[in-house]
Design a binder for this molecule. Structure first.
Ligand code: GUN
Ligand code: ZN
Length: 433
C-alpha cells in the first residue's frame, strides 16, 4: 500500500457534484488479484492516523483527479487531425478512408498504436473507447499495446462492407467471423473489452448490420459503437438507403444495435422520438464537440438529452476532433452548450463538464465504480495536475474564490501542460502477459 497527499478532486457516486479535499490523502493498494485500487480517500489529517507505516508521497500545490474517460476516438485517425473538408462525407472520402488503408500493415498499425496510447496518457486519458480500422490486424496491434501498458481500453474492427473504397471495404461473412474471433480472443482479457463496430449505417449492408446485431445479442457484455445523426448530408443518405426506417437512429434499433453498452457518436440531429428511443433502450451518446465544430456538423442539444433522460459523456473524436486534450474537449462542450440559435443555449457548470469526461462517461459505458472516479474500490487510474503549469493558469487559479472558479480556470486555460503525471493501475499479470 502507498498513499498520495495533495488536493484531491473526485465525484459523489452517480451525481455530477465534485467532492474536493484541499489537503487530501489517497490510499492505494492491491486487491486479491493484485490490481491496484483506491483503498481510502479523505482529509489527510483524519486518514493518516488510520494508515500508520504506509509510505506517503507528498505533492504540495498539486491536484489529484480521476483519469479522464474518452468515449469515442479513432486511433487510426491520429494523423488525420486537422484535415479540412466541406463536411463529413468529403472528409471521409478524401482523407480518412485513404489513410485508414494503411492499417492493413501490422507494423504500421503497431507504430501508430504505440504513439496513440502515449498521447492518451500524456493528456491524462486513462480509459478510451476507440475505433480501429476494418483490418483485424489493426485491432490486434492496439490491444497488444494497451495490454502491455495495462490500460483499460475498448476497441473493435470496423464493419464496412459497402460504399467504401478498395482497401477498407470488408466482406460481409468474413467481417462477422473476424469480429467473433476477435471477441473470443480479446474481450475480458486483463482490462480489455471488445466493441462491435459498424462504421455507420450507410457503409454497411442490411446483412452486415443484421449479423452485427446477432453478435450483440450473443455477447451482451460486449460494447457496440457507431455514428449517428452527425451531418445533414449523411442523414439524407441514410434515409435513401433505409427508407422504411422511421429515422436514421431507428435503423440501428431495427437491427438489434441499441442496448446498454451501445455508444453512438454525435447524436446531434435528433427529434424527441429518437431521444426517447435512446432512453428506452439504455443506449448512450458520445458527445464530440471539437469534431462537430471542426467539421461543421452542428451542436449537441444538452437540454433535449436531459429532457429525455438518456445517458451521454464527452469524447474527443480524433481525428474529426482536433485534440486529445480533455481540457480542449470540455471547453468546446461549454461553447456547444451555450449555442442558443438551433436549440436551447445553456451555461454548463464546470462540475458537470468534468463529470461528463470522467465519472459520467464511465457510467455511460457501464463502468461506474470501476474507473472515472476515486471512490474506494475504483481501479487506481488517476492524474496529477499542476496548476502552476503556465503563468496565466498559476495567476488565475490563485485568484479562484470558489471550487467552480478553480475548475473553470482549469477548463478554460488548460491543456496537456497541466497534466504532470498519469498513473495507471497496475496488477501482477499471469504468465504470458
Ligand atoms: N461517420 C462515419 N465514419 C466516421 C468517422 O470516421 N468520423 C466521424 N466523425 N464520423 C464518421
Ligand atoms: Zn467518430
Amino acid at each position: 500500500m502507498h498513499a498520495y497527499r495533495a488536493a484531491i478532486l473526485r465525484f459523489a457516486p452517480d451525481v455530477p457534484a465534485v467532492r474536493y479535499e484541499e489537503d487530501g490523502l489517497l490510499v492505494v493498494g492491491p486487491d486479491a488479484q493484485g490490481r491496484q485500487r483506491v483503498q481510502a480517500l479523505g482529509p489527510q489529517r483524519d486518514l493518516a492516523p488510520r494508515y500508520p507505516g504506509v509510505p506517503v508521497e507528498h505533492l504540495p500545490g498539486r491536484i489529484i483527479a480521476p483519469g479522464f474517460v474518452d468515449m469515442h476516438i479513432h486511433y487510426p485517425q491520429t494523423d488525420v487531425i486537422g484535415a479540412p473538408a466541406e463536411g463529413l462525407l468529403p472528409w471521409l472520402e478524401n482523407y480518412t478512408f485513404p489513410h485508414e488503408k494503411r492499417f492493413s500493415v501490422p507494423e504500421y498499425a503497431a507504430e501508430v498504436a504505440s504513439f496513440f496510447i502515449a498521447e492518451l496518457l500524456r493528456n491524462g486519458v486513462t480509459t478510451a473507447l476507440t475505433f480501429a480500422t476494418s483490418h483485424p490486424q489493426s485491432v490486434d496491434a492496439l490491444f497488444t499495446e494497451a495490454r502491455a501498458r495495462q490500460l483499460r481500453l475498448v476497441t473493435g474492427k470496423v464493419l464496412q462492407d459497402r460504399h467504401s473504397p478498395d482497401g477498407v471495404r470488408d466482406q460481409t461473412e468474413q467481417s462477422l467471423s473476424d469480429t467473433e474471433a476477435l471477441i473470443r480472443k480479446w474481450h475480458g482479457v486483463d482490462r480489455l473489452g471488445y466493441a462491435i463496430t459498424p462504421r455507420f449505417a450507410p457503409t454497411s449492408t442490411p446483412a452486415q448490420l443484421r449479423g452485427a446485431g446477432e453478435l450483440a445479442a450473443r455477447y451482451p457484455d460486449v460494447w457496440i459503437q457507431s455514428h449517428v445523426a452527425e451531418n445533414l448530408g449523411e442523414i439524407a443518405w441514410a434515409h435513401e438507403l433505409f427508407p422504411e426506417a422511421r429515422s436514421y437512429l431507428a435503423v440501428y434499433e431495427g437491427f438489434g444495435l441499441m442496448r446498454p453498452r451501445a455508444v453512438y457518436a454525435h447524436c446531434i440531429h435528433f427529434d424527441d422520438e429518437d431521444r426517447a428511443l435512446m432512453r428506452a433502450t439504455g443506449t448512450v451518446a458520445a458527445v464530440s464537440p471539437t469534431s462537430n465544430l471542426f467539421l461543421g456538423s452542428g451542436f449537441f442539444d444538452y437540454a433535449g438529452a436531459d429532457r429525455a433522460g438518456f445517458g451521454y459523456g464527452l469524447a474527443s473524436d480524433v481525428g474529426g476532433g482536433t485534440s486529445f486534450s480533455p481540457f480542449h474537449t470540455m471547453r468546446a462542450a461549454y461553447y456547444v452548450g451555450r449555442e442558443g440559435q438551433t436549440k436551447t443555449g445553456l451555461s454548463l457548470p464546470p462540475q458537470h463538464l468534468w463529470w461528463q469526461h470522467t465519472a459520467g462517461a464511465a457510467r455511460a459505458l457501464g463502468l461506474q465504480g470501476v474507473v472515472g472516479n476515486l471512490q474506494p474500490g475504483c481501479e487506481a487510474d488517476f492524474i496529477v495536475l499542476n496548476p502552476q503549469a503556465t503563468p496565466l493558469i498559476a495567476r488565475k487559479t490563485a485568484q479562484a474564490a470558489s471550487l467552480d472558479e478553480l475548475l473553470f480556470a482549469l477548463i478554460v486555460l488548460g491543456d496537456d501542460r497541466l497534466v504532470e503525471r498519469t498513473v495507471i493501475s497496475q496488477a501482477k499479470l499471469a504468465s504470458g502477459a
